[in-house]
Design a protein around this ligand. Structure first.
Ligand SMILES: [Mg+2]
Length: 227
């Protein structure tokens, strides 16, 4: 079994959350322009993965998950002087904007990496700190044929690196002894997996300190360890 992180490992969304907030704003009022850089600092807290020690039991419904995040976007927009009614309408649209497939790109080599591990007999499972809509996005990006299961933290109510999420993943994916985690976050992916007894490989990704392997190199390390 290979657990793959999603964002920054298999796919990237242009501008990430701050760009989605700006695009949602534009869809509500095309006359207001805000630099995504001004939104970004407001999004460094308030997402469930910023508090991985917190377990939400039972997990939130998709609607409740969205309702929990809306005030984060609302506050970010109002801090830039966006009128309350516009900020509120835009905030309600951010998730749809974020999960729109258009701005997403599968990372170079990711499809080949998934194919390589699948061909070698590994099950590919996505294990990601993400919203409820991740499985649909994985499907829309054409990854489903190579991925047997997508586990999104929102549906479990636990975030990486919380060991309870890894324990849950090992159980529901029915993982055996030969199990790996590949991800671009040294803490959430690598340290989290290793603490749960899963071998982990750091992938090259979006974090400044993730100077890891390309996904293809990671797949090779897993399938041909002696090379
Ligand atoms: Mg990542």
């Amino acid at each position: 079994m290979v657990f793959w992180d999603f964002d920054g490992t298999l796919a990237v969304r242009e501008g990430m959350w701050s760009a989605a907030v700006v695009d949602a704003l534009r869809s509500v009022d095309a006359g207001i322009t805000i630099d995504a850089e001004l939104i970004r600092p407001h999004l460094r807290s308030g997402f469930p993965w910023h508090q991985p020690e917190v377990v939400t039991s039972p997990p939130l419904t998709a609607d409740a998950w969205a309702a929990r995040l809306a005030p984060v976007f609302d506050q970010a927009l109002r801090a830039q002087g966006v009128p309350a009614d516009v900020a509120s309408a835009a905030s309600a649209r951010v998730l749809d904007e974020y999960y729109r497939v258009g701005p997403w790109q599968v990372i170079d080599g990711a499809l080949d990496a998934l194919r390589q591990t699948a061909d070698a007999g590994y099950d590919n499972v996505i294990l990601s700190n993400h919203g409820p809509a991740l499985p649909e996005l994985v499907d829309a990006l054409g990854l489903s044929a190579l991925v047997s299961l997508t586990i999104t933290s929102a549906a479990v109510g636990i975030e990486k690196p919380n060991p309870l999420l890894f324990a849950h993943a090992l159980r529901v994916a029915d993982a055996g002894d030969d199990t790996w985690m590949v991800g671009d976050n040294p803490i959430a992916d690598v340290a989290g997996a290793e603490r749960a007894g899963i071998r982990a490989l750091l992938a090259d990704g979006v974090y400044p300190d993730s100077r890891g392997l390309t996904v293809l190199q990671a797949a090779h390390r897993i399938t041909a360890p002696g090379d």
